[in-house]
Ligand binder design. Structure first.
Ligand SMILES: Nc1ncnc2c1ncn2[C@@H]1O[C@H](COP(=O)(O)OP(=O)(O)O)[C@@H](O)[C@H]1O
Ligand SMILES: [Mg+2]
Length: 221
């Protein structure tokens, strides 16, 4: 699913964010990327999403070589990756339905078939009753569940989550993790960047620890 070798990333500012990262993730894997703030977690996720091009090293995501990928192929690849951010980036002027349907519309799916799929994923995250709500009417945890519903709506084989529980209390955070793990049980590869080590206690996975842009430890939780 993912093969990263000696990956280096230097931002235009001259900052070296990744200094030779090796990471292999099998299909169906569940990976925690941990490390202090500034360790390079978000940078790893951004290279996986093709948001920034690595400066050096090898990177393959779902069979695509990220150093040479064309714009058209990158657009297609992104349709096979679900992303969840801490500041979930929901569109507040749109209903929950419209937010969750967004990746499906990007894929050009038939409008008539959107509703059943959106209903199904909202049921999965326990928000069926909020189909026509606006995000501002929801709690922080509910909004994050909408973000998960949106990330999974087109059934991508890979989900990247950057600090998905960042602003949430412990109980709500655990619920978000439960959902990501349930998705993983269905075969979705999940990578979670977090500085919250409490999360690691509740669910098994591979833990990859970054420090100053390098992997310093890899273990099973
Ligand atoms: N857009 C950017 N431009 C320049 N430097 C950046 C940028 N984004 C992140 N950095 C730097 O790269 C390093 C790694 O950042 P990041 O990947 O965001 O770490 P983490 O997600 O683990 O907190 C940090 O030193 C950060 O300041
Ligand atoms: Mg980060």
């Amino acid at each position: 699913m993912i093969s990263m070798q000696k990956l280096m990333l230097r931002y235009p500012t001259g900052k070296t964010a990744l200094a030779g990262v090796d990471l292999k993730v099998e299909q169906g894997g569940f990976v925690y990327l941990i490390g202090e703030s500034g360790a390079g977690k978000s940078s790893v996720l951004r290279t996986l999403y093709g948001d920034i091009a690595p400066s050096y090293g090898e990177l393959h995501v779902q069979g695509m070589d990220m150093r040479t990928i064309t714009t058209a192929n990158l657009r297609q690849l992104r349709q096979r990756i679900g992303i969840i951010f801490q500041d979930h980036k929901l569109i507040f002027s749109r209903t929950v339905f419209e937010n969750v349907a967004l990746p499906l519309r990007v894929q050009g799916r038939d409008l008539n078939r959107l509703l059943p799929r959106v209903k199904k994923v909202l049921e999965f995250v326990g928000l069926s009753e909020h189909l026509w709500s606006y995000p501002e009417a929801l709690s922080g945890g509910e909004q994050q569940r909408v973000a998960i519903a949106r990330a999974m709506s087109s059934n991508p084989p890979l989900i990247l989550a950057d600090e998905p529980t960042g602003n949430l209390d412990v109980v709500t955070a655990r619920h978000i993790l439960d959902l990501l793990q349930a998705l993983n049980k269905h075969g979705t590869t999940v990578i979670i960047a977090t500085h919250d080590i409490h999360l690691l206690q509740s669910h098994a996975g591979k833990i990859v620890q970054l420090h100053q842009g390098a992997v310093v430890d890899t273990k099973a939780s």
